[in-house]
Design a protein around this ligand. Structure first.
Ligand code: DGL
Length: 262
């Protein structure tokens, strides 16, 4: 049996690069925590797979994180959360923090239609239906799966002209007037500048990253497991897809000061 304490690391994972946006937010509000990130790019996308497959992949990633003695795991992926959070909470004896599309704040802070972009699995799963059913104004949500955006981020992040064109082509299909967009997939956070440019800053964009990071912080606080070390924590990045391509992708994230490790 391993021993965990407040100095243990926090595990964060996603189907690929998307969860790096969550890692970044966690790093901003808890810089002294040490983090291990696993991007399962070798098996991305999760959003178009069977639920059982996503559950198995998520378990495999969590086994690796647990073997590295993490004190908590953040599922930095809406899709893996909807497919696996309950089972993962049953399987492991540490806090598991999941994500859900930030439709509650979006409905609270805007009046018109809210466009929710997420993966097919997130939109299909029971967890999402329960969330929408619990909301009085759920009728204001327009759901749109955007699996091509996952691939766009996984494979083309460095080709900005191509990304711009693809994002514009996709948003051209939205015919209704919208007031807000919820990015219900962590990959999409990296497309935010293109989305903002398309709508000329006239829509509000919501995501669940800060809410998730704050939830993690509260949970650690309540366990008295917040790292009170005054030094910056370490960040270790693991990706299941090896090679030059992944290194190049990570280099895009200039705040990842550990990128030389590849
Ligand atoms: N980043 C994941 C999410 O937040 C999904 C990407 C995928 O389909 O693999 O839902």
């Amino acid at each position: 049996m391993y021993r965990l304490d407040k100095f243990s690391k926090i595990g964060v994972f996603d189907s690929g690069l998307g969860g790096l946006s969550v890692l970044h937010t966690i790093r901003q509000i808890m810089p002294n925590e040490s983090l291990i990130y696993i991007g399962d790019s070798g098996n991305a996308p999760y959003g178009t797979k069977e639920k059982s497959e996503v559950l198995n992949l998520s378990k495999k990633v969590c086994d690796t994180l647990v073997s590295k003695d993490v004190k908590a795991i953040v599922i930095a992926c809406n899709t893996a959360t909807s497919a696996a959070v309950n089972e993962l909470r049953r399987a492991y004896d540490i806090p598991i923090i999941g994500m859900e599309p930030a439709i509650k704040p979006a409905l609270r802070q805007t009046e018109g239609k809210v466009l929710l972009l997420a993966t097919e699995m997130t939109l299909k799963e029971e967890k999402f239906h329960q969330l929408v059913d619990s909301l009085e104004e759920g009728y204001r949500i327009i759901k749109m799966p955007a699996p091509e955006w996952v691939q766009l981020v996984e494979n083309h992040m460095s080709e900005s002209d191509y990304v711009k064109k693809e994002v514009e082509g996709f948003l051209d299909k939205v015919t209704e007037k919208i007031d807000a967009i919820v990015l219900g997939c962590t990959h999409f956070i990296f497309l935010k500048p293109y989305i903002m440019a398309y709508y000329k800053d006239q829509v509000e964009i919501f995501d669940g990253n800060m809410g998730t990071a704050l939830q993690l912080k509260n949970l650690l606080e309540s366990h008295k497991w917040l790292n009170d070390n005054s030094e910056m924590g370490s960040v270790e990045i693991i990706n299941t897809k090896s090679g030059v391509f992944v290194k190049k992708s990570y280099e895009m994230f200039d705040w990842l000061e550990m990128r030389d490790e590849f």
